[in-house]
Design a protein around this ligand. Structure first.
Ligand SMILES: [Zn+2]
Ligand SMILES: [Zn+2]
Length: 269
């Protein structure tokens, strides 16, 4: 199994970014998030972060945007000038808009922002998302005792990210992990996170040659997949953000075989 499907530069940059996000999150205090979990809304699948008031520190958000700028310019000097321009475009008002739009994953807004300001299309959303994550991670941490399960097909119960990663714990219990907000919750071992199918005849595990700790659980009903990593023997357990990155080759295998993480039951298509 070839692991080198993504460039080393990409992986290194992502790892540096995850490190930055860990530091940023450390600097936040839990008091800035005020969840108001409405039971009916949670049951209807509204992500908990959307039901949480977050006291964003805008100057700090802008400082983080600068730090991402510095990191990218340092790692990839030819990106520098193209990325640098962003710092000049962002004032407090735009930063607030960015947070809102990143929160609702409004790709359309960021693409038009990039076009209007003649910067590369990936840049605005990537930056906004990167600086938003520590806040989402704080929400997940504050709610860890309250959010203990998810509704199949609706993604992460905290941030709404599509499910794609789980770890085995204890006796082989499957714990789904969100690499975006780092929330985690238990799920039946034979169960599709995307449609709730728990029929063992239509849930298969793709094994990876030479990698006994990795499996891809796939569902023939909705064509969804989840990477299931047995980290019980790992000497040090990486964060789920790092684990997701280290297992990106499994996403390629799953997708090459026609499975996705935004799967829906075929009848609703
Ligand atoms: Zn999440
Ligand atoms: Zn399914």
């Amino acid at each position: 199994m070839k692991k080198s499907v993504v460039s080393k530069e990409y992986t290194n940059l992502q790892k540096e970014i995850i490190k930055l996000q860990e530091q940023w999150k450390q600097s936040l205090t839990p008091e800035i998030v005020k969840p108001s979990l409405d039971k009916a809304a949670i049951e209807a699948g509204v992500p908990a972060a959307a039901l949480t008031a977050i006291d964003f520190d805008i100057p700090l958000f802008l400082q983080w945007i600068d730090e991402i700028n510095d990191l990218i310019s340092k790692q990839n000097p030819e990106q520098g000038p193209r990325v640098k321009k962003l710092g000049e475009l962002l004032d407090s008002e735009t930063a607030i808009r960015w947070i809102d739009e990143a929160f609702s994953l409004n790709q359309f807004y960021f693409v038009s922002f990039a076009q209007e300001n003649e910067i590369e299309e990936w840049i605005p959303q990537f930056f906004a998302e990167t600086a938003l994550r520590p806040y989402l991670q704080l929400v997940a941490e504050v709610l860890k005792d309250e959010i203990t399960q998810a509704i199949p097909g609706l993604g992460c119960p905290v941030c709404g990210e599509p499910v794609r990663l789980a770890q085995l714990e204890g006796e082989g219990k499957k714990v789904v992990n969100c690499p975006r907000c780092l929330a985690h919750w238990s799920e039946k071992r034979v169960c599709c996170s995307h449609c709730g199918n728990d029929d063992h005849k239509t849930i298969q595990n793709i094994t990876i040659e030479g990698d006994p700790t990795s499996q891809i659980q796939v569902c023939e009903k909705c064509h969804g997949y989840v990477k299931v990593i047995d980290t019980r023997q790992f000497i040090s357990k990486p964060s789920s953000a790092i684990l997701d990155l280290n297992t990106i080759h499994l996403d390629f295998v799953a997708q090459e075989n026609g499975y996705t993480v935004s799967a829906r039951e075929s009848e609703s298509n």
